[in-house]
Every structure is written in structure tokens, then in C-alpha cells.
Design a protein around this ligand. Structure first.
Ligand code: IPE
Ligand code: IPE
Ligand code: MG
Length: 264
């Protein structure tokens, strides 16, 4: 598959973060920005089908949108962006789509590496490793290792991710710790469980964005999104852009989050 990225040596320096004055122009302010945005990037297939193109072309367009939105979130001062790329249930798809999706993911990981490093992003992946090809695992690991010392936005890809699998893995880890005598059952707290999720050490998402209109969470971060604000657009992921992101952020900024308490 042809490379999607410009050669690394032609990359200009990373774009500067937006100033408070620029944020104000967009109708935003730093205090009312989500720290962690999680996105269910849905509708690639529908987008392609609507234009009479094969589904994979929708996925390819989706990758280009990922590039723009990652950069935009980083400039906006978002601390973490988690992108749902492939769910543990997506293995039910036809073999050819799976093969092309995995090739596209490997290509993305290789092509975006210089960009991720240039933008000082801290890269990580959540999900089960089993089932993923050697190439994908190798490229994920490389970017994770190379970006380890970075101090900018955290970019986390959910690949072969399913929240129920994650909770099962965490329950097994707790059970093992109890069995080995490292943990008493009374010490199983929310923190102890959260520490054994793939997302250990990450803040919970404040905002979940879903494209393509479905009003469901499709096994994404069930534990972590307990108090996240939900924002759904009918636009398919390949049509998602900076303007739509800014509207989601303005909407988020106007919400009254109560966390079970009363309005302040
Ligand atoms: C989201 O787009 C990408 C993945 C799940 C891999 P879809 O492929 O689910 O697109 P639709 O929902 O069929 O349109
Ligand atoms: C959710 O989309 C998973 C990703 C975006 C990776 P799906 O297309 O798999 O979700 P459902 O099947 O419509 O719930
Ligand atoms: Mg879908």
C-alpha cells in the first residue's frame, strides 16, 4: 500500500499551541476544556458506500481525519486523546476487510511516527495483543518506546479493545493477587480495580464523541466513562473536521457536570 505521509525531512516544525486569545475566538476557554477526549470513530463504511466506493476507502479517508484531529487536539491543549480504532467485536467482519484494516493500521503506525514525535506526543495502545499481527505489534511497540520521554498530549489508540475483556482481565489480575496473598479481598476498591485496567494511570475521559449517529457505546471504556459527557454527531468519521470538533468542545464547555452532586 502506498505511503500516506510526506517524507519526515519535509515536515515543518510542530504547530504552536493556541493562545488564550485564539481559544476565545473559537468560543472556548482553557478552564472549560475537556482534559481527556475519547472518540468512537464510526461510519467509515457508510461514508464510502454513500459515494459508491469500497468500504476500505472510507477507512483510508478516516486515517487522514485522525491526523488532523490529533494535531488539533494537541494545539487546543487537550491532555489526552483516546481513539477507538478496532474493537474486540470487529473480528466478526469479512476476512478481506480485516486484512485491509490491519494493513492500514500498520501503515498508519509507520507513517505517523515522525509526526507523533515531532508533536511531542506520548503514544500508547490499549486492548488485547492476542490476534494482532506481528507487524502491527512491532510498530506499536516502536512508537510507544520512542515517544516514552515526550511531554505533550497523550495519544492512546484502542486496538482490539473491548471493555468487557478489559474488566475480565482486571478481575483475573485481582483474583491472582488475592490467591498469591498480595491482596486482601477488603482491599479490592475502585482504585485497585482501576489500577488493573489497560488504562491504569490515565485520567477518565471527560468527553466521548461518537460519529455516524448511533446512540450506543459499543463496549468502549464502560468503567472509565461513568461520568463522561456524551456528544454524538450524525456526520460519518471521514466528514468530521476541526469545525465539528470545536462545536463539540463549545457544547462541552456549556454543560453542567454534577457527578451526582448538586449544581455549583
Ligand atoms: C468505523 O467505521 C471503523 C471501524 C469500526 C474499524 P465502520 O467500519 O464501523 O463504518 P460503518 O459503521 O460500517 O459505516
Ligand atoms: C465501534 O464501531 C468500534 C469502532 C469505532 C472501532 P462499530 O461499527 O464496531 O460499532 P457497532 O457495531 O455499530 O455498535
Ligand atoms: Mg460502524
Amino acid at each position: 500500500m502506498a505511503s500516506l505521509a510526506p517524507p519526515a525531512d519535509t515536515l515543518p516544525t510542530a504547530p504552536a499551541p493556541y493562545s488564550p486569545a485564539e481559544l476565545e475566538q473559537f468560543g472556548l476557554c482553557a478552564e472549560r476544556m475537556p482534559q481527556h477526549i475519547a472518540i468512537i470513530m464510526d461510519g467509515n463504511g457508510r461514508w464510502a458506500q454513500a459515494q459508491g466506493l469500497p468500504r476500505i476507502e472510507g477507512h483510508q479517508r478516516g486515517v487522514l481525519v485522525v491526523r488532523d484531529i490529533v494535531e488539533e487536539c494537541s494545539r487546543l491543549g487537550v491532555k489526552q486523546l483516546t481513539l477507538y480504532c478496532f474493537s474486540s467485536e470487529n473480528w466478526k467482519r469479512p476476512e478481506l476487510e480485516l486484512k485491509l484494516l490491519m494493513e492500514l493500521l500498520e501503515r498508519y503506525l509507520i507513517d505517523e511516527r515522525p509526526e507523533i514525535l515531532r508533536q511531542n506526543l506520548q503514544f500508547s495502545v490499549i486492548g488485547r495483543r492476542e490476534g494482532l499481527g506481528e507487524g502491527v505489534l512491532r510498530e506499536m511497540q516502536r512508537t510507544t518506546d520512542l515517544s516514552r520521554g515526550n511531554t505533550g498530549m497523550r495519544l492512546c489508540l484502542a486496538v482490539n479493545y473491548g471493555s468487557r475483556c478489559e474488566l475480565v482481565d482486571a478481575a483475573r489480575a485481582l483474583a491472582e493477587d488475592v490467591k498469591q496473598g498480595r491482596l486482601n479481598p477488603e482491599e479490592i476498591t475502585e482504585e485497585a480495580l482501576a489500577d488493573r485496567l489497560y488504562t491504569a494511570g490515565m485520567p477518565d475521559p471527560d468527553l466521548v464523541i461518537r460519529t455516524a449517529g448511533e446512540l450506543r457505546v459499543s463496549n468502549f471504556l464502560l468503567w472509565q466513562i461513568s461520568y463522561a459527557e456524551l456528544w454524538v454527531t450524525s456526520l460519518c468519521w471521514p466528514d468530521f473536521d476541526r469545525e465539528v470538533l470545536l462545536s463539540a468542545l463549545r457544547d462541552f464547555g456549556s454543560r453542567n457536570r454534577r457527578f451526582g452532586g448538586l449544581s455549583s
